[in-house]
Design a protein around this ligand. Structure first.
Ligand code: ADP
Length: 773
């Protein structure tokens, strides 16, 4: 039998099914027309690939259905809508294509209708499964009910299969199954799979729904919260703030992901809080800190050594060796960024320009400058911050400094490292070590901030007044540069070139309005200041300028000329008493030399005797080392009584009391050894001590004089005080070479090896003169 053939895409026609179809392809329309002219019968065969527009005989399946066209409806677009009814399954034997449409030679396949037990059982299964399927699937096809009552096994499977929403290929397989049992088995398989799929689908959609419900609920609650807050009058503010914070976060470029995430989390946390709650305040402060820190901000640094040198010279007089060291340090830094250069530590008394040097270095390298004082810091948390669980917690000083700098590579001056103290709250120097250690400071963690901050770009400089109180491990990490203090001449030059012009300017004056000669400046230095640095000097000059400004404003007369004669009208009477000149030779009073926090200084040592049993009393806040040193001297004197000319057996009849005035200032160290011993001998023997001699040196039990530190500072102090002769340990003679020539000239510096020599030089003989020297 030959029939016109109509290829199907995406649908199948089963026997005894009524199916509506749309026909649009030219060849198919031709086939339809041909059928309508004959007996309205057509062969419907599915094409294997639905994407093909003009399939050939090989592109079609080999089993199809002959159907009768029940109705044709011509469409205005040229296509047709038809309703067909499937009649018989056919095997396609041959397909021909004459260009107008395809014709097929077919052979009908007989349907099996006998009900064996097996087929009946299979039918039950299929129906049961189909029921489950219908229940689970929301789309209930019209044919479904019909299928339940069909008692022909072949038709049952066809009807079920046609109503399923499955792939064409699967349906085709059912179509090609000729035996009833085979067809039923296939349909049951398909049904089970479909049921399973439906179940999975249901589970997924359940999950999606729950998720959506939760977000919706949260959204709803949040809106409600906002409404409540709006009622309370603080919502707008809160919202604006959150937007603000987000905007600030967005403006931060290149922020490391963990930091950004942390900030985002905190912002969301804040959003959920009542804006006025205590907790919100904490979070807000925290966010402020996080958003303010220069996580990625770097200030452009420049480094031209020539320029740096020029800037250093511009800002500071003298200090040659110090400037050289700084330039070398900068040179090394510019050569190798990997080699982590050590931390510079500027050591010297106040007012010698440590801070201003650091400021200059910052200027010379184009870094921002921050200064943090460590004086009095005794708690680790001051360096590293408090955990946020503390009320009023804050980041430590390092992070505070960084925020102040506004860049992650500032020059960071840590002032007064020698004034830190450790106590039960932890050792701040340990925390500082971590800050300064180039290995560790890349990930410096502040307890408050919680996120590691990179300090490796920071240039740290520390300052200290004295070395001995800097914790050892910290000291090891630093490169020490000492600035011992200035001579009168250096001070004069500094005053003339820097301090005076600056003070004049700062007081709103110009050079023509107030003049002070070199002599006046020298006078101020000598009569009104006694210090190693120039801080007090600068203050005095400031006072002169202030008074001069007032005079100019009041009398409208300029210039004001400051002279040596009228100086007291500006500064009052000279305050500094010159030591030796007015002193009379006395027994039991010796001038010692010391280095304190404010530089070198002279100190009086007094000894008095009283009836007793050879006891030694020490007062004046003397440290252990100093006390031991006094005892060593005492023992030497006891064992050399005759030789030293002290009363025989004094240690049975006499007590000694050593006092070092200015008792409020703690003193320590071995360097007053020879001075204390000399004072004891003088007091015991009644021989007076030359008041214009000062001395320093440690004493041994055998009376030998050992070298001590700080010679340069001490001699400068003696020079300031107008001392004529300074005794220093012989081993210290090299230190003298570092002194300015004019100091060396104006003082007699004598080296000593033994206490006997000291006594020879300092003790006045009965006729009132020193025996030697
Ligand atoms: P420190 O930090 O050592 O206590 P400062 O840096 O505060 O000292 O210095 C005090 C003042 O003295 C500053 O105004 C500084 O400019 C000035 N000064 C110190 N040494 C010099 C110097 N060599 N040349 C010019 N000015 C100086």
């Amino acid at each position: 039998m030959d029939l016109p053939l109509l290829p199907l895409r995406g649908v199948l026609v089963f026997p005894s099914m009524v199916v509506p179809l749309e026909i649009g392809r030219k060849k198919s329309l031709n086939a339809l027309e041909h059928a309508m002219l004959a007996d309205r019968s057509l062969l419907f065969v599915a094409q294997k690939d639905t994407r093909q527009d003009d399939p050939g005989p090989d592109d079609l399946y080999r089993v199809g259905v002959v159907a009768e066209v029940k109705q044709v409806l011509k469409m205005p677009t040229g296509g047709s809508k038809v309703v067909v009814e499937g009649l018989t399954r056919c095997r396609v034997l041959d397909v021909r294509d004459d260009g107008e449409f395809m014709t097929a030679e077919v052979e009908a396949v007989g349907e099996e209708t006998t009900l064996t037990d097996e087929v009946e059982a299979l039918m039950h299964t299929a129906v049961d499964l189909f029921e489950v399927y219908i229940k689970n699937s929301r789309k209930m096809p019209g044919e479904a009910a019909v299928a339940m009552n069909i008692d022909d096994p072949g038709r049952l499977s066809d009807t079920i299969c046609a109503s399923l929403d499955i792939r064409t290929q699967e349906k085709q397989e059912v179509l090609e199954a000729f035996g009833a049992a085979d067809r039923l088995t296939r349909v049951s398989d398909i049904l089970s799979r479909q049921i399973e799929l439906l179940e999975i689908e249901k589970r997924i959609s359940g999950r999606v729904r729950r998720q959506m419900e939760r977000t919706q609920k949260e959204y709803y609650l949040r809106e409600q919260l906002k409404a409540i807050q709006r009622e309370l009058g603080d919502a707008d503010e809160g919202e604006g703030e959150i937007d603000d914070l987000r905007a600030r976060l967005d403006a931060m470029e290149d922020l490391a992901e963990p930091v950004r995430e942390k900030i985002e989390r905190e912002i969301s946390r804040l959003q959920r809080m009542t804006p006025t709650s205590a907790e919100a305040v904490v979070v807000r402060t925290y966010l402020d800190w996080l958003l303010d820190l220069p996580w990625t901000t770097v200030s452009e640094t420049v480094l031209s050594l020539a320029e740096a040198e020029q800037i250093l010279d511009e800002d500071h007089f003298g200090l040659k060796p110090v400037k050289e060291r700084i330039l070398e340090y900068l040179a090394v830094q510019s050569l190798s960024s990997e080699l982590k250069s050590p931390i510079l530590c500027l050591v010297g008394p106040p007012g010698v320009g440590k801070t201003s040097l650091a400021r200059s270095i910052a200027r010379a390298t184009g870094r921002r400058f921050v200064r943090v004082s460590l004086g009095g810091v005794r708690d680790e948390a001051e360096i590293r911050g408090h955990r946020r669980t503390y009320v009023g917690a804050m980041p430590g000083r390092i992070i505070q400094g960084i925020r102040q700098a506004g860049a992650k590579n500032p020059l960071f001056l840590l002032d007064e490292v020698d004034k830190m103290a450790a106590d039960f709250r932890g050792d701040p120097s340990a925390a500082l070590l971590e800050v300064l250690d180039p290995e560790q400071n890349q990930h410096f963690s502040d307890h408050y901030i919680e996120m590691p901050f990179d300090l490796s770009g920071v240039m740290f400089i520390t300052t200290a007044n004295v070395l001995h109180s800097i914790p050892r491990p910290l000291l090891d990490r630093m490169e020490i540069i000492t600035i011992p203090g200035y001579t009168e001449e250096e001070k004069l030059a500094i005053a003339e070139r820097y301090l005076w012009p600056r003070q004049v300017r700062q007081h709103g004056l110009v050079a023509e309005q107030v003049t002070a000669s070199r002599r006046v400046l020298a006078h101020v230095i000598a009569q009104y200041t006694r210090e190693a640095g120039v801080r007090q000097l600068e203050r005095e000059l400031g006072t002169i300028c202030r008074k001069a400004a007032r005079r100019i404003v009041e009398t409208k007369k300029a210039p004001v000329r400051v002279t040596v004669q009228n100086l007291p009208r500006f500064l009052g009477q000279p305050r500094v008493r010159h030591w030796a000149a007015e002193e009379e030779a006395q027994a039991g009073v010796v001038t010692g030399l010391a280095v304190t926090d404010v530089g070198g200084d002279i100190m009086a040592i007094e000894v008095t005797t009283m009836p007793g049993k050879g006891r030694l009393t020490l007062t004046g806040m003397l440290g252990d080392v100093m006390q031991e040193s006094a005892r060593a001297g005492f023992s030497y004197i006891r064992s050399h009584q005759t030789h030293l000319g002290v009363p025989q057996g004094f240690d049975e009849t006499t007590d000694l009391h050593i006092h070092v005035p200015e008792g409020a200032i703690p003193k320590d160290g071995p360097s007053a050894g020879i001075a204390m011993a000399t004072a004891m001998v003088s007091a015991l023997s009644g021989r007076a001590v030359r008041p214009d001699v000062a001395m320093t040196g440690e004493i041994t039990l055998r009376g030998r004089v050992l070298p001590v530190g700080g010679i340069k500072e001490k001699i400068l102090a003696a020079h300031r005080a107008g001392i004529a002769t300074v005794l220093i340990p012989e081993k210290n003679h090299r230190d003298v070479e570092e002194l300015p020539a004019n100091v060396r000239r104006s003082l007699s510096i004598q080296t000593v090896r033994h206490l006997d020599e000291v006594l020879n030089i300092t003790l006045v003989s009965e006729d009132g003169h020193g025996e030697k020297g």
